[in-house]
Ligand binder design. Structure first.
Ligand code: UDP
Ligand code: MG
Length: 317
């Protein structure tokens, strides 16, 4: 019986992996209980896989899952949860921005009876102004738009109980926003506060492109408000254009002022075409996701595992 599983997603983390392993091991040994470190290599193109399998050979507590390509951070976390065997599962980034020592506090709260203990960032060190500003805006916007209570300024650094993990394993959606799903799952939740450090080495693996995708996944999987905005906008615009039509008709029939030129018509036309495209864009986002879900592809393809027996997917409780 393994008590704790620490899930660590890895994408091109050769510079930090040894250090992360050392810090995590030092912390987990302090618990005096059994643990495993589940490293999920999300299709790294550097020496991450080599280093991780080296760690597996040195230390039986290390498990390794290798993806056949880059599937993304959230999917890597989900895979780690699928394979984790512990009674409590801790998810932590590889870059040591989330201090491993906080895990001990999380474990304490878990022993106090909480099922989800999430880390709340008080300060974020060594991140660009742009990253901090966009992240802060995103979490606040998300809170306004969703009915699920998703705590602000929390990442995926958290501890979840086995039963919460089993619930998440039963969710088959593909565009996964894990922190939202954990909030959605409910159970007894508690926060511990911490200071987010600078990345230990290397640079962020979240370029703007991935950040936007992540934000869209978060909003569209937990809110239908963008769709509603589109329909309100469409309704009020049709109302105003109807009024304008009446004015134009009135001028045509009852006054001698002729309608002057094509430019106004063209302008109005373009304007409405623009609006229609925006609305279609919003719908496209959702339809794209419906399509993704309908395809029913596996969430990820594992090409190799080390130190792990094949586990069956657990159904929702
Ligand atoms: N990561 C991943 N797949 C990706 C991008 C990132 O598994 O496609 C991992 C990465 O190795 C790290 C964690 O996700 O352990 C968080 O990434 P990062 O620290 O670069 O993000 P940031 O802290 O800058 O938001
Ligand atoms: Mg980071």
């Amino acid at each position: 019986m393994i008590k704790y599983s620490v899930v660590v997603p890895l994408f091109n983390e050769e510079e930090v992996l040894e250090e992360t392993y050392k810090r995590l091991t030092a912390v987990m040994r302090q618990t005096n209980e059994s643990y495993e470190l589940v490293f999920v290599n999300d299709g790294s193109r550097d020496r991450t896989a080599e280093i991780a399998s080296g760690l597996c050979q040195r230390d039986r507590c290390v498990k390794f899952i290798q993806f056949s390509r880059n599937f993304g951070h959230q999917i890597a976390i989900s895979a780690g949860m699928d394979y984790a065997a512990g009674q409590a599962i801790i998810v932590i980034d590889a870059d040591l921005q989330d201090p491993p020592e906080v895990i001990l506090e999380m474990i304490q709260e878990w022993k106090n009876g909480y099922d989800v203990v999430y880390g709340k960032r008080l300060v974020r060190k060594g991140e660009t102004f742009f990253k901090k500003a966009t992240a802060s805006m995103f979490y606040r916007l998300l809170r306004k738009m969703t009915s699920v209570e998703i705590p602000v300024d929390t990442g995926d650094f958290r501890l979840i109980d086995r039963k919460v993990c089993d619930v998440l394993k039963g969710l088959t959606e593909k565009n996964r926003f894990v922190r939202g799903l954990v909030s959605w799952a409910g159970f007894r939740q508690k926060s511990v506060e911490y200071v987010r450090e600078e990345r230990w080495a290397g640079e962020t693996k979240y370029p703007l492109r991935k950040m936007i995708r992540f934000a869209l996944d978060g909003i569209t999987s937990f809110s239908h408000k963008p769709l509603k905005v589109a329909s309100y906008l469409g309704l009020s615009l049709s109302f105003f254009s109807f009024i304008y039509l009446l004015i134009v008709l009135y001028q045509k029939v009852f006054t001698s002022t002729t309608i002057t030129g094509w430019s106004s018509i063209l302008a109005v036309n373009l304007f409405f075409n623009g609006i229609i495209l925006v609305i279609l864009g919003v719908m496209g986002e959702y339809i794209g996701r419906v399509y993704d879900e309908a395809k029913g592809r596996p969430l990820y393809i594992v090409s190799e595992t080390i130190g792990i027996k094949r586990q069956e997917r657990v159904e929702v409780l």
